[in-house]
Design a protein around this ligand. Sequence first.
Ligand code: GRF
Length: 194
Amino acid sequence: MLNLGILISGMGSNMESILKSIKSGETRINPAIVISNKSGVRGIAIAKKYNVKTAIVESVVGESRMNYDMRVVKILKRNKVTPKNGLVCLAGFMRLISPEFTRMYRDKILNIHPALLPSFPGLHAQRQALEYGVKYTGCTVHFVDEGVDTGRIIIQDVVKVEKNDTEKVLSARILKKEHKIYSKAIRLIIDKKI
Ligand code: GRF
């Protein structure tokens, strides 16, 4: 069975949906470790509730991206989330990943993005979609490569933009779909369908 590492920064609702689907037996992967770059966040409390091991890796001022990532990698490997036996899911992890990390875990790091990539990459994807005036947006799970939200797409789902949507309302509608597709993407990888 693969070992899963989940990287979060805050709310952790995508992480929660993954842990729920593992607990129910629907997604067969070992939840080895949840790592947050911030302490005291909701996601860490939720991971503990699911009895999943947690770690906080706080960034140090002036530290290079590679150095930070290698501290994360050390914890991943210590918990058997290796490039060979592991899968890493970025779930609202608000840091860019270094090329060293992506190269080491090639095709083993996934990310979820709240838009239909390649449209609206980067921050505030839901706001970008509203400002552009698209009628449909959605969410994407993709492999992480060296670019920002540029990796190969694994799965997407569509969300209709309603007339009076605010960023908050639209984000909540997209988030519901995110919770469905992230575990689905993990299952595609487990089942070697991707
Ligand atoms: C989600 O919208 C995700 O797509 C984006 O950040 C948000 C994180 O939410 N990358 P959560 O921490 O999983 O609740």
